[in-house]
Design a protein around this ligand. Structure first.
Ligand code: KG4
Ligand code: ZN
Length: 347
């Protein structure tokens, strides 16, 4: 039974290749978080195909919302607030969720908040840990982003470093594709690398010539490609048994990629002295990154927060929470708001 005084936020996320809807009660309790993944659809292409993604969102959004209401035990007429991702992301995908939310806001005269997808990722650790303290450092690391932010207090975001080329997840996906491993590459490479006990192939750490603390993953990806060509390593026939040399290569790739991420985290923690470190986005599922950041936390006393896997990858629960917090702070967007493919996180 729910009391009339309860507040329900409906979150909608369609920025990339996941269609998701969530119901958040009183800004704290997630009653439903339904995610329909398009991995099977894009798998044969080794990456997301925008045109296919937006068409699939159109087909999925109705059933995903119906399932979220069913799981939450909440009717459409009980929703008080609509929170929807408006960017950054694929424009055709964003428009599906945004237009759905606008139509519902108009029909039911509900407040609408357009949410920045990066800010939603930033809020994802707060779903399970509302006690997280500022100042904090947040790494948003996924197939589309590799960015570090410093947040001295609520609603304030200072961009510290970003990738000069590929995002970390993109590098994982591309290396998997080179080897004929399934998409998305991150979970597969992680599993194979973590299970291999032998010596890794040593790759040079990424270096940026001007000495900045930005990220770069394309050199590492190219080093993997050169090695495959030099040693004439054929595509993997059986992803569960890729062979000793491929395993050593994947372990080396993972170690180098995670060392690179950790080097920036450690450098900015020394410079900014945060109380908390947040790891957000799909690559935050990575076992080596999780282990290394926990060791770092134990050594430095900084609180490290990594969401459960369902909240690290794209999901509407984090969108609902970000929208709810904005609304509590007095925000309501007009129905004229637009989707923005490259929306920065500012504040
Ligand atoms: O946040 P997300 O679901 O979607 C966006 O890109 O916005 O992240 C998906 C990315 C993919 O590139 C995938 O390969 C990567 O996260 N990923 C991982 C792992 N799990 C997912 N990368 C490394 N290790 C993992 N365990
Ligand atoms: Zn994302």
């Amino acid at each position: 039974m729910t009391r009339d005084a309860d507040h329900f936020t409906l979150g909608i996320e369609t920025s990339c290749d996941d269609t998701s809807a969530a119901v958040l009660k009183n800004g704290r309790e997630i009653l439903a978080n339904v995610v329909s993944s398009q991995v099977k659809l894009h798998g044969p292409y080794g990456g997301v195909v925008p045109e296919l993604a937006s068409r699939a969102h159109l087909e999925n959004i109705g059933p995903v919302l119906a399932e979220a209401f069913l799981q939450a035990g909440v009717g459409r007429d009980q929703i008080h607030l609509l929170a929807v991702t408006r960017g950054p992301g694929l424009i055709g995908s964003l428009l599906v969720g945004l237009n759905y939310a606008k139509a519902m806001a108009y029909a039911r005269d509900l407040p609408l908040v357009g949410v920045n997808h990066l800010e939603a990722h930033f809020f994802s650790p707060f779903l399970e840990h509302p006690e997280i303290e500022h100042p904090l450092l947040a790494l948003i690391v996924s197939g589309g982003h590799t960015s570090l932010y410093f947040s001295p207090g609520p609603w304030r975001y200072e961009f510290l470093a970003g990738t000069r080329d590929d995002a970390a997840g993109e590098a994982y996906d591309k290396v998997a594709k080179m080897l004929g491993l399934p998409y998305p590459g991150g979970p597969v490479i992680d599993r194979l690398a973590a299970g291999y006990q032998g010596e890794p192939v040593r790759f040079a750490p990424p270096k940026i010539s001007d000495g900045s603390l930005d990220f770069s993953f394309s050199g590492l990806k190219t080093a993997v490609l050169y090695l495959l060509q030099k040693e004439a390593i054929p595509p993997v026939a059986d992803p569960d048994h890729p062979g000793e040399r491929v395993l050593a290569l994947l372990k080396g790739f993972q170690e180098t990629a995670v060392d690179h991420l950790m080097s920036r985290i450690e450098a900015f923690c020394r410079l900014r002295r945060p109380r908390s470190l947040l790891l957000c986005g799909g690559v935050a599922c990575n076992s080596a990154l999780r282990r290394r950041s926990r060791e770092f936390a134990a050594a430095t006393g900084i609180g490290v927060y990594v969401p459960s896997p369902v909240y690290t990858t794209d999901n509407a629960a984090m969108v609902a929470l970000a929208g709810y917090r904005h609304h509590r702070a007095g925000r309501r967007d007009p129905l004229e708001i637009n989707a923005v493919a490259s929306l920065p996180l500012e504040g």
